[in-house]
Design a protein around this ligand. Structure first.
Ligand SMILES: [Fe+2]
Length: 343
């Protein structure tokens, strides 16, 4: 591919006149925005080790009372995107949030879609549009765009969860905003939507009415996901063992922007993921192992660590244990790539 003209090739007076008229010549920048064959990617392969983040998060609990933080979160920011832009990948925001015993996070709602994955602690629940959802290790709890949500913690120890939002995307679309609300009236019994959809393939049909809510199931308990993967392992001896989190009424991804999945690495297993366009994040729910991207330096990960990898790359995951399975929850931008026709 031949070299295109640069800005410096142009007379300064001409450049100044373009700037004055809010005009930019394309050719000096064209290769940067349309590189040959492979896109430029800012997402770096990275690990946020829980052993490092946890003490800093607990320190935030001492340094900043809840009323001064509202959401006491340390954002897992990918430096490739610029730390202050708070992006783990182009469209995904991730943060570890801490709530101390007796604290509450006030009721609010916002345009970005959010999922939280419980990392540590017991006794907390999130109330989503009147439904209290229990929060246990590895559970996935949804707060889709516009739904009211607030958090209570009645347990003894700290509770930590991983928030995953499409905030960078919605922010870029100039569509990101939030509002506060009065505490919710709990109108539904605890985990009602999970009870409705607790058996895969069976959906509620009360008075011959199928559910029509845009997010009919709000809590996806880890125990169910884990036992599904373990049972599947009986039938699939090799190859990537993975499930997707979907809307149980429609089979669609949880959000139009972010797709969620869970995978199991068999004891001693190393798997290479099919090469894909989308960046991806991984949260280790159980076990330890290594992540290798494009044959680079392998990153060792442990239980509760969170990792990122860019798209258009060869990703290899390995389980460090020869006798125990390892489990990870994944999030990627595949639904958006599919919608745009670039997947
Ligand atoms: Fe929120």
């Amino acid at each position: 591919m031949h070299q295109l003209g640069t800005l410096e090739d142009l007379p300064e007076s001409y450049r100044n006149e373009l700037t004055e008229q809010n005009l930019v010549p394309l050719w000096p920048n064209m290769r940067a925005v349309l590189p040959p064959k492979v896109p430029s990617r800012k997402t770096r392969t990275l690990r946020w080790g829980y052993e490092v983040v946890r003490p800093l998060l607990l320190q935030a609990g001492e340094l900043t009372p809840m009323e001064k933080a509202e959401r006491r979160v340390l954002v897992l920011a990918n430096p490739g995107h610029g730390l202050n832009n708070m992006q783990a990948t182009p469209s995904i925001y991730m943060g570890l949030q801490l709530i101390l015993p007796g604290e509450t996070a006030p009721n609010h709602r916002h345009t970005p879609n959010a999922v939280r994955i419980i990392v540590e602690g017991e006794g907390a629940y999130t109330t989503v549009d009147g439904e209290p959802c229990r929060m246990e290790r590895g559970d996935l709890i949804l707060t889709p765009s516009g739904k009211w949500h607030e958090h209570q913690h009645e347990g003894d120890g700290p509770i930590v969860w991983l928030d995953i939002l499409d905030l960078p995307l919605i922010y870029q679309l100039e569509g990101s905003w939030a509002m506060e609300g009065r505490p919710q009236q709990t109108t539904l019994s605890r985990d009602k939507s999970f009870a409705d959809y607790s058996a895969a393939g069976v959906v509620p049909n009360l008075n011959f009415q199928r559910g029509t809510a845009d997010a009919p199931m709000l809590r996806y308990p880890w125990s169910k996901t884990r036992s599904c993967l373990v049972e599947m392992a009986e039938h699939y001896q090799n190859g990537l063992l993975q499930v997707s989190y979907v809307n149980p009424e429609t089979g669609a991804s949880l959000f139009p922007s972010i797709g969620f999945g869970a995978l199991m690495l068999r004891p001693g297993e190393t798997v290479t993921l099919p090469k894909r366009t989308t960046a991806c994040v991984f949260h280790a729910v159980e076990g330890a192992g290594q992540l290798n991207v494009d044959g680079g330096e392998p990153l060792a990960w442990n239980d509760k660590d969170t990792l990122s990898a860019p798209g258009y790359s060869d990703i290899t995951l390995s389980n460090g244990s020869a006798d125990q399975p390892a489990f990870m929850i994944t999030a990627d931008e595949a639904p958006l790539h599919r919608y745009l026709g670039i997947y």
